[in-house]
Design a protein around this ligand. Structure first.
Ligand code: 16G
Length: 263
């Protein structure tokens, strides 16, 4: 069923919730993105009008406008002057204009208009365990600063995060006041590139309690290895993100044409 055929009635009026720690416009953008990506909205379908959508979702027109702006920026919608807003899902590859940037939790939240916070759960200087030593290219017994935080947005729990940094880059974890990346940058160690691995998990009891959700709730487990410009590993992070409060957008760029391999 496309919105073109069925209009605003095709949209779930209960898709947004005031109980989620995610602004309504981002919830709406997420919902509409889901409809587009899943193919329920077809290429070139017209979006219902701003007023109709505001009524449908019981939000202000400003909220609708901001949600649409997100999807316009992502290239999933297109606006034609005086005609309307249309889904943009052609058969050509989806090419993002913006380059992916490596951002910190603090930057991610402030770009969404949310206040980032941290509740410190633990911070110590200790020997790297074998997994950490491998990820950070350290020799056995090397020391690291290990920092465990609950990350919050406007005071709501969003993620649990354990960051491990070799002591040659951060000798004392107590130096970190607000943003870890700001602290590292001030010391001249700028996070430049990161490799991430994501998987779906169900939260065990302790982590669920820390995040304030029922045991077994869905979450995203992310491992990140962050490197300096010269490729030296700077950070190894393991985190659990609440599945109901997060959306990860992956930007895809056109790959360079594959080179022929001579055998
Ligand atoms: C993000 C990073 C994490 C980094 C943190 C720094 C992911 C999956 N993780 O949460 O590796 O330590 O930002 O945030 O994106 P901060 O500078 O606000 O402390």
């Amino acid at each position: 069923m496309s919105i073109h055929q069925s209009g605003v009635e095709a949209l779930d009026r209960d898709a947004l919730s005031n109980d989620l720690p995610l602004p309504l416009y981002l919830q709406l953008a997420r919902y509409l993105r889901g409809q587009i990506v899943s193919g329920r909205f077809g290429h070139r379908d017209a979006l219902p009008g701003e007023r109709e959508m505001a009524e449908r979702f019981s939000v202000s027109r400003v909220t609708v406008r901001k949600a649409i702006k997100e999807l316009l920026d992502e290239g999933l919608l297109q606006q034609r002057q005086g005609v309307g807003t249309f889904v943009n899902r052609g058969t050509s590859p989806y090419v993002e204009q913006r380059l992916s940037t490596l951002t910190s939790f603090s930057e991610d939240m402030s770009s969404r208009g949310l206040a980032a916070g941290s509740v410190w759960l633990n911070r110590t200087v200790t020997a790297a365990n074998p997994e950490e030593a491998l990820a950070l290219g350290l020799s056995p017994g090397a020391t690291v600063s290990r920092m465990q935080r609950l990350r919050t947005a406007n005071g709501n729990a969003m993620a649990l995060e354990t960051a491990v940094i070799p002591t040659r880059f951060l000798a004392d974890p107590l130096e970190v006041q607000g943003s870890l990346y700001d602290t590292l940058r001030r010391k001249g160690f700028t996070p430049y590139r990161a490799l991430q691995r994501l998987s779906a998990i169900q939260l065990p009891a302790e982590q669920a309690e820390q995040l304030g959700v029922p045991e077994g709730s869905a979450a995203l487990y992310i491992e990140r290895r962050t490197l300096l410009e010269d490729g030296t590993p700077l950070e190894f992070v393991r985190s659990q993100y609440r599945g109901d409060a997060y959306d990860f957008i992956v930007e895809l760029n056109l790959a360079a044409p594959a080179r022929e391999v001579n055998r």
